[in-house]
Ligand binder design. Structure first.
Ligand SMILES: Nc1ncnc2c1ncn2[C@@H]1O[C@H](COP(=O)(O)OP(=O)(O)O)[C@@H](O)[C@H]1O
Ligand SMILES: [Mg+2]
Length: 373
């Protein structure tokens, strides 16, 4: 049997607040592998921080079990667990130098001063701030403080590093840079990262796997690509990236996962069914990503040799230039607005169409996902 770094088994966490009960975590079960970069993603209040705190030992589960490296954590206090946490607000000691901040935890564990100093320097090298050991936290920029907080957590060589929105306080450009650095660092040190964020782009670019949470539940766990390409529910499809949701009726459901739906204007099209689709007929939603839809003038040739291709008549109702892309709105099936995103790889794209003109929109069947309404 493989051992996982972190295993959550049927975890429930209820809070009492003002006489009423809040279920912050609702029957969560997940296994996180050694060396994995695992993201907990979801809107504010969905239970991400509570899940992290249960792993860290700052909270005790109402029901269920936390295992770390195969060992049940019940009764084991936070400071004896092989994990460390990086908080969004860094929580550095202001009166200590950077070096003292990093050495502090080691010295509490009884590591000698010489050894602690050596390891602090290694940790600072690791986060690429080799020369700032003598400074105080307030003499550092936000990005530097974030790295020091990271160095302080890494210096104890935890099996698992828990990070709670660690880049949330940084401005956009720095945040994007830090995303790449953190990912590279994680790869180098090989420590398991459990990373909380409400930012879907951050989760997609950094994580090996993402758990999408809502109301305390883990709705879907999978690789970024799987979550993006094959969302199991409307919530997941909507939370991650932009999606067109087209109301339709399911009229055919084949055992191989393909099927057919009917749009409001009676057009029947082939579509790919979600693996978790419950409906076998009747009202459903067909999801399709804007970048998977093509747009062409009537009469322009579309590669229709592809039998997997759906081509529909539409009318262009809006066109928005957004730098790298053009975002078109095309009306299909009477009154459904379909967003189409086309990369501006040449001058041609943006000037190609006029608002109001009839157009063709097209996509591959495999780009669609039929979800429960
Ligand atoms: N100590 C607490 N007492 C009462 N309710 C709490 C406590 N901590 C969290 N909650 C509630 O639990 C839910 C999940 O919170 P949290 O895990 O912080 O969400 P997230 O980190 O995803 O924003 C929220 O409804 C929150 O108000
Ligand atoms: Mg939180």
């Amino acid at each position: 049997m493989p051992t996982y770094d972190v295993e959550l088994i049927d975890i429930v966490k209820d809070f009492e607040s003002g006489g009423s009960r809040v279920r912050a975590v609702d029957k969560v079960s997940v296994k996180i592998a050694d060396g994995e970069f695992f993201a907990l993603l979801g809107p504010s209040g969905c239970g991400k921080t509570t899940t992290l705190r249960l792993i860290a030992g700052f909270e005790q589960p109402t029901a269920g079990q936390v295992l770390i490296r195969g060992i049940a954590m019940e009764g084991i206090p936070a400071y004896h667990r092989p994990v460390n946490t990086v908080f969004q607000d860094y929580a550095l000691f202001p009166h200590m130098t950077v070096e003292q901040n990093i050495m502090f935890g080691l010295q509490m564990e009884g590591v000698g001063k010489k050894e602690a100093r050596k390891r602090a320097q290694e940790a600072l090298d690791m986060v690429r701030l080799p020369d700032i050991g003598a400074r105080k936290p307030q003499q550092l920029s936000g990005g530097q403080q974030q790295r020091v907080a990271l160095a302080r957590a890494l210096v104890k060589r935890p099996a698992v590093l828990l990070l709670d929105e660690p880049l949330g306080a940084l401005d956009l450009k720095l945040r994007v840079n830090m995303q790449y650095e953190l990912k590279a660092l994680q790869r180098d040190v090989g420590i398991t990262f459990i990373y909380v964020t409400h930012d879907q782009e951050e989760a997609i670019t950094m994580a090996d796997r993402i758990a999408v949470m809502k109301d305390g539940e883990m709705l879907q766990v999978g690789a970024p690509r799987e979550i993006y390409e094959h969302p199991g529910t409307r919530f997941v499809a909507d939370f991650i990236g932009e999606t067109n949701f087209i109301p339709a009726d399911l009229i055919e459901r084949a055992p191989d996962g393909s099927g057919a739906v009917r749009l409001s204007d009676e057009t029947v099209i082939k579509a790919q069914l979600s693996k978790t689709l419950e409906s076998s007929s009747g009202p459903v939603t067909m999801a399709i990503r804007p970048e998977r839809v093509g747009i062409a003038k009537v009469g322009d040739s579309i590669d229709s040799a592809d039998s997997d291709q759906t081509v529909l008549d539409a009318r262009l109702v809006d066109s928005q230039y957004i730098g790298t892309d053009t975002r078109y709105t095309a009306r299909i099936a009477d009154d459904i607005n379909l967003i189409v995103r086309v990369q501006n790889t040449s001058e041609r794209e943006f000037s190609h169409f006029t608002i109001g003109q009839p157009v063709k929109v097209y996509w591959r069947q495999s780009s669609t996902t039929v979800l429960d309404r």
